[in-house]
Write a new protein. Structure first.
Length: 237
């Protein structure tokens, strides 16, 4: 069966793709950089890929429709950014842009693949953030958008039941290109590691492992959940 991965060339998206392939599935790679998609595809036995920009939600349906696999059973929306700014400097445009990418983009992509997911009894994985449950300074923009993702997860879990399961993963900071500005300096990396009870920052595969489970039939009775992959940061003092 096929699994659509939006934001497939990112750290978590590419890790999910490798796990889908290892389970015998077909990862459908979706992203905005054609060269990066082609390069990733070559490492994944020629996995199919589609160029589509999640920031252009109105064009998502037309972009995905020609390549839509009939056996699609999974969908993971990994596109995103880390929009950090003090609230006093945050403009309305910052909130709108973040919401468009994280929420509107996810909704548009999901609408494009809804029919085969329902036909095949599929599973959806969205991504929130530890920052929704644990308040952090400078996170008002991203936390607002990710809070909306949690609301959408539960609403769609109800609306898509019983044919499609919908869950979300809420990671803490993990190694990725997006997080490099915060993790590039050893002093900052060590400080962030100490803020997690398990004593380290995350790896992309930490979240991908859970996503792989949620996308599989092994999680057949799990829906409407927001599950932390955060080294205990949100729950353990």
């Amino acid at each position: 069966m096929s699994v659509a991965i939006v934001g497939a060339t990112g750290a978590i998206g590419s890790s999910i793709a490798r796990r889908v392939l290892a389970r015998g599935g077909t990862p459908w790679l979706i992203g905005r950089n054609a060269d990066a998609l082609q390069s990733l595809s070559q490492t994944l036995n020629g996995a199919p890929f589609t160029v589509a920009d999640a920031r252009q939600a109105e064009q998502m349906g037309d972009a995905l429709a020609p390549d839509l696999p009939a056996d699609l059973k999974g969908f993971a929306y990994c596109a995103g950014d880390i929009a950090l700014k003090p609230f006093k400097r945050a403009e309305p445009a910052d909130f709108r842009a973040c919401f468009e990418l994280h929420v509107v983009g996810a909704a548009a992509a999901l609408r494009s693949v809804e029919a085969p997911l329902k036909k095949n009894g599929g599973s959806v994985v969205l991504f929130s953030s530890v920052a929704v449950q644990q308040g952090f300074t400078n996170h008002a923009i991203i936390s607002s958008a990710k809070g909306a993702i949690e609301g959408m997860t539960r609403a769609l879990a109800a609306e898509f039941a019983p044919s499609v399961r919908v869950n979300a993963i809420a990671p803490s900071i993990s190694h990725s290109a997006m997080a490099a500005p915060m993790l590039g300096k050893e002093s900052m990396r060590n400080t962030l590691a100490k803020s997690h009870p398990l004593g380290r920052v995350g790896e992309a595969d930490d979240s991908a492992a859970l996503a792989s489970f949620l996308l599989s039939d092994e999680a057949g009775w799990v829906t409407g959940q927001v599950i932390g992959v955060d080294g205990g940061r949100a729950a353990v003092a």
